[in-house]
Every structure is written in structure tokens, then in C-alpha cells.
Design a protein. Structure first.
Length: 304
């Protein structure tokens, strides 16, 4: 794969509340890429394709979740989500039936074709040649996804861990206090880092820079914005066009990263405690060799 060539498939991922949605939409504003407007999840989440291919979940178990939760689910805020947004039930049933018939004779090929049958229609409708998908677990499951799509590229979006943690505390699925939420965030970065590394035929390997690109949302929204955008687009093999420039200027400003939101409402002692925990966490990630530690430390030193 030549990194200078335009990408055909880009997977955007990261921890919860890290900017995956805005990154997916940013790339989807480019004339080459169509962005899947939902987190489709079936290819990377629990009981999804990675666990199916590893034998952790049965074909019946995978299909049960695909036909139920991933087809139609309702968020805690009452908003419906799922693949039903992308196609009719009849189209969905035909795709899943083809997958079920073929899976045992060719598991990898069947999974690849199911992904294409369910999601590539987004690009076809927009008459674009390439696709962006933004499920948060994409980078964590990069080794499975690269087996399915040899030329796929992965964008890992991160943001200041204090702001990510602060946002997590407003949700029902994470810690409700910022200091524990920083630990929650760091553990998920560790899981993602493990996901970009792998073993094959007894040899270890990582995704190289031609496959994996890290975006610090704080830089894209409020640092050297132009350079961060250029690096992202160069990784995807394209140059900025009118669509991406317009979206970038209108939607990816300081409000996109909410930089510094973590400190609102906290007194001096509480802010100092959070800063101390965050600095210790960054140091620990760096000592572990986590692939996002250096970009996060650089952003912290630049932006404070």
C-alpha cells in the first residue's frame, strides 16, 4: 500500500468522547469520502466480527445481535440508532441471509462482503468512491479489520484526557467523577494501544505510519489547525477541497474540542488534584510506550 494513494476505506476510532463523530463528518465532507452517519458497530464491538472470527461468539450469537441491537436500538436519550437508518429491512435481511449461507465455507470473505453489503451503499448513494466509518472501537480492533480490508487506514482521535473525562462524567456508562474518569480514559487508551499491535506466525508487529494516524482534537480545533488538517488529509491521500474547508471552518472550531471544560466549577485545590492526576497518567502512558502518549504530552505542553 502506498500512503500517497487516496484511501478507499478509513476507520476512525478512539475512546468515548474523543471526537470520533466530528472526525468522521470532517472526512465525509470531502468529495472523495462518504461517512457512515451512525456507529454501525457490528464489525468491531463486543459479540461482533472480531469475536465471531476468533470463536468467542457463535454465528447464531452474532446474528442475534446484528438482527436486534445493531439493526435498531434506542439510546438513553430516547434517540433511535441502528442500521435501519441506512437501508430497508428487506435489503438488510437479504444481506444477512447471504452472509449466513456463506460464513462457514469462507468466514473472512463472508464478513468482508457483509460489511460492504450493509455500509457501502452510503458511498454509492453519494456517488463517492471511498468510505469513512466512525465506530469508537475501530482502532482497538484494527488487527481484525486489517485482515478483512488489507488497504484500510485507521485514524485514532484523542483529546486532552481531562476534557474527555469531564465529558464521560455526564454519561451513564462511565465514572461520575473526573479523577476516576481519567483512569477510565487511560485504560481505554491502553486497550486501543494493544489493539494496534499484533502477532502473526510468531512475529510481533504494529500498524505503521502508513496505516495509523493520530489526531489530537485540541490541535485540530485550536492549535496549529491548518497543519493538523493537512497532516490528516495527507495520510488519507487527498488534498483539501471546498467541502472539507467549509466544514472545517464552520464545525471544527474551539467548541468542537471544548478545551478546558474540565476545570469549570472546580476550585483551586480540585483543579490542582486533576492536573496532578493527569500529569501522572501521561507519564505512565509514556513509560508504557503507548502510541498516543507523545502527541498528548506535546499538546498538553503547548496548550496547557
Amino acid at each position: 500500500m502506498n500512503a500517497a494513494d487516496p484511501a478507499e476505506l478509513v476507520f476512525v476510532g478512539g475512546t468515548g468522547r474523543s471526537g470520533t463523530h466530528v472526525l468522521g463528518r470532517l472526512l465525509g465532507s470531502h468529495g472523495r469520502f462518504a461517512d457512515v452517519p451512525i456507529e454501525s458497530r457490528f464489525h468491531c464491538n463486543k459479540r461482533g466480527m472480531p469475536e465471531l472470527l476468533s470463536g468467542t461468539v457463535t454465528l447464531a450469537g452474532f446474528l442475534e445481535k446484528l438482527r436486534g441491537f445493531w439493526w435498531h436500538r434506542v439510546r438513553v436519550d430516547g434517540q433511535p440508532r441502528g442500521l435501519y437508518n441506512l437501508m430497508t429491512r428487506r435489503e438488510f435481511d437479504r444481506a444477512t441471509e447471504r452472509f449466513e449461507r456463506r460464513y462457514h465455507s469462507d468466514p473472512v470473505g463472508a464478513c468482508r462482503d457483509l460489511f460492504r453489503d450493509l455500509l457501502w451503499r452510503v458511498a454509492e448513494r453519494e456517488r463517492k468512491p471511498a468510505l469513512v466509518e466512525m465506530s469508537s472501537h475501530n482502532v482497538k480492533e484494527a488487527q481484525t479489520l486489517r485482515r478483512l480490508f488489507a488497504g484500510a487506514r485507521f485514524v485514532h482521535t484523542v483529546r486532552d484526557g481531562r476534557d474527555a473525562a469531564s465529558s464521560v462524567t455526564t454519561k451513564s456508562w462511565g465514572p461520575d467523577r473526573i479523577v476516576p474518569a481519567i483512569g477510565w480514559w487511560a485504560d481505554r487508551l491502553r486497550a486501543i494501544d494493544a489493539g494496534v499491535r499484533g502477532w502473526e506466525d510468531g512475529a510481533g508487529f504494529d500498524l505503521g505510519p502508513e496505516r495509523l494516524h493520530t489526531v489530537v482534537l485540541d490541535d485540530l480545533a485550536g492549535g496549529d489547525r491548518g497543519a493538523a488538517l493537512e497532516a490528516l488529509l495527507r495520510f488519507c491521500g487527498v488534498a483539501a477541497d471546498a467541502g472539507v474547508r467549509e466544514f472545517f471552518e464552520q464545525e471544527v472550531g474551539a467548541d468542537a474540542a471544548h478545551h478546558g471544560r474540565w476545570s469549570r466549577g472546580l476550585g483551586p485545590l480540585a483543579r490542582a488534584r486533576v492536573r496532578h492526576r493527569y500529569e501522572r497518567t501521561l507519564a505512565a502512558l509514556a513509560a508504557e510506550g503507548n502510541h498516543v502518549a507523545r502527541p498528548l504530552i506535546d499538546a498538553y505542553e503547548r496548550l496547557g
